[in-house]
Write a protein that binds this ligand. Sequence first.
Ligand code: MGD
Ligand code: MGD
Ligand code: SF4
Ligand code: MO
Length: 766
Amino acid sequence: MNVNFIHPFSPARFEALKHYPRLPSSAVGWPSLKSGLTHVWKYMEGTTSLKIFSKLNQKGGIDCPSCAWPDPDGKRSGFAEYCENGIKAIADEATFQKAGPELFAQYSLVQLSALSDFALGKLGRLSHPMIKRPEDTHYRPIDWTEALDLIAEALRRLPDPNQAVFYTSGRSSNEAAFLYQLMVRAFGTNNLPDCSNLCHESSGVALTETIGIGKGTVTLADFEKAELILILGQNPGTNHPRMLSSLEAAKQRGAKIVAINPLKEPGLIHFKNPQTVHGLLGGGTSLADEYVQLRVNTDLFLLKALLKALMDREKVNPGSVIARTFVQHKTSGFEELQRDIEMYSIPELLSSTGIGQEQFDRLVELIASSKRIIACWAMGLTQHKNAVATIQELVNLLLLKGSIGIPGAGLCPVRGHSNVQGDRTMGIQSKISETHAQQLQRQFNLQVPTASGYDVVGALQAMHQEKVKVYMALGGNLLSASPDTHFVAEAFNKTELTVFVSTKLNRNHLITGQTSLILPCLGRTDLDIQHGKTQFLSTENSMGVVQKTQGVMKPNSEELKSEPWIVAQLAHRILPPNKALPWLELGSNYESIRALIAATIAGFESYNTEVKKPGGFYIPNGPREGRFTTPSGKAMFTVNNAKFEPMGEEELLMMTIRSHDQFNTTIYGMNDRYRGVIGERRVLFMNIRDMEKRNLKQYQVVSLESRYHGQIRTAENFKIIAYDIPEGCCATYFPESNPVIPISEFADKSRTPISKSIRIRIVISS
Ligand SMILES: Nc1nc2c(c(=O)[nH]1)N[C@H]1C(S)=C(S)[C@@H](COP(=O)(O)OP(=O)(O)OC[C@H]3O[C@@H](n4cnc5c(=O)[nH]c(N)nc54)[C@H](O)[C@@H]3O)O[C@H]1N2
Ligand SMILES: Nc1nc2c(c(=O)[nH]1)N[C@H]1C(S)=C(S)[C@@H](COP(=O)(O)OP(=O)(O)OC[C@H]3O[C@@H](n4cnc5c(=O)[nH]c(N)nc54)[C@H](O)[C@@H]3O)O[C@H]1N2
Ligand code: SF4
Ligand SMILES: [Mo]
């Protein structure tokens, strides 16, 4: 079988890219509303869309399934408490198109794999459980009982539970996630890799070590009080669009905004709020007061230079910059940090970043003169070899200023998937904490394994070494989301059984184990009725608010089952009877799952009551109140080594980023409006001087090549676009360029793949 695991392209599409570059002067505004509505008109029924959008992000309504940006605690706009990308996510899930048995009868796996990701997604919502047996060329329908029995038998047959891997993507609810990790641990393994491993794991590790909790410390209300907001390695205009409204409000109140990013992202430069008439028609608001366009992965150098300059100022004028009382009473390790910073020279650090002295001085002044500072970041910081070190240096900066645990200040890792943070709180993690293991033992009399299981990189490597026989996924598309696509495709092909609990068809369903099952599940927008009773679920956003979410759409088929139901049915089949765990009851009454969570997880003691309150509840966060939950009870300054990774003569440092028309591996459309790209995704953004040096032309089609440890990886057919990006750096979209990212290269401590700093060479296509 010749199944396509790379992302097919059509050479004809390259021709569509005629108008480049034509950058918009601002983000959002009318074009964004129009773009969102086009998706609704194309893919949704009118009455369904009205029903859904009137509930979207309203208290007690549907939590937007797209990103994890929070909703206001107070009054919410009745007009539109959502954004263009929220609309696109809904249109994608609540589409009237169906990918059912007829489609799979007509097209083989090989034929389906010839479609682009965009085309695959547009086939519609999965509507029936399907199976592909070892010799099959096509998926065929199977009934639920047979499917679940087959999985249970495969799992029970394993000589060792560690031969199974259970992946989770961040869209699952708290209830589904809790049941899933409970089932997996009771089964006997901690093999719980999740999309966090590819995403904010570096933030989690960095923050747990320094402040004692792997989460941010701010709430939306802090944005209303901040003096200075730093935004590093994040493109909120596309990925967290409603954050722009918070930034706009902060700006209008007089806060300063600094963007630190190799690309000048239009969303951070200028913003038109679509929720106000002024925003729709008028001039909008300028956002970033300083746009620091540094080279890729030089944030650590910039942060060290800032620390040094601030410490120098303090020496000249003691008490003017450093929050001495805070540092003395609430932190530990300041002297070590001082000694470390002494060793660096500002000019040397700055020359690595490519930032000029004048801009640097302005930045120092802004930080020195502010107390209430918020630092936001996302994948631009987390996906590098030294990601944990960079984030810890950012923590150093805020600690120095005493900007953690006071109103209007703090750390704000902006999460990706809408419930990725909740899944972690529920225990989805390949490592298990002592407290969690003890709680599972106490509440359910379960002897759970304490050794760490596989994270994403570990799981894929084990699959490749044929140590894993069964792969199950609660959502996601690990094939396309992971680095090293060829390697990962081989890894999947080496398993005996793959099971995908999914809403939409994706490439992973086509690159499978010998036997493969697709189990179609309800999504966030679907009405969930169990035994005649309407159920609701809950999620946790990026700022630790847990709230109810309840779908309203009649499911497109009777065969769709809820995630908690699917997990409970499987658990019932594979685990010995346990009075404390009445699985079938749990799978059909989510109140009973929340009762178990209440008994097991700190902060959820009154879950069933609190979650019903409009707007939900905050879970405890000591550092937010200035109580650091590290073993010493103090926030930790850390010493982080900044060394420059040598680059080969011809190499460029490549970051892989999201376009405006995608949600991770789901491709909504072929444009990247804010960056001026129309109709194409296989593009390579390059600095014009790097093009001239290599004698490359605009729109020339080239291949990318990476060399790590003697291994050469390539990805073909990328069209060069001259772009405003620092020399020596370049950018492509994920997942198209994932085949050149080596799986063996990941961040120290967090093991997050280096998706934002891959050394590549350009090879001219013959
Ligand atoms: N519409 C939409 N929304 C999404 C998603 C989506 O795909 N589509 N994905 C969701 C998920 S799971 C996540 S994790 C988030 C991701 O949200 P982001 O992190 O904003 O997403 P990326 O496109 O990866 O953008 C990273 C940004 O970091 C910059 N960058 C890259 N390297 C560096 C660096 O070395 N230093 C600095 N300072 N900046 C750098 C890039 O130029 C880019 O602006 O968004 C979530 N929301
Ligand atoms: N090169 C590169 N690679 C990256 C990144 C990068 O920046 N660069 N970013 C990484 C990041 S931050 C992340 S988070 C990962 C994302 O990795 P994943 O979370 O694995 O990928 P997604 O594309 O979000 O998953 C989409 C699929 O989830 C399923 N799905 C959607 N909603 C639901 C639901 O409600 N329930 C269930 N069961 N299934 C559902 C659909 O079938 C859909 O096709 O990718 C990572 N990969
Ligand atoms: S900001 Fe994120 S959560 Fe909010 S509506 Fe937009 S996509 Fe949805
Ligand atoms: Mo993510």
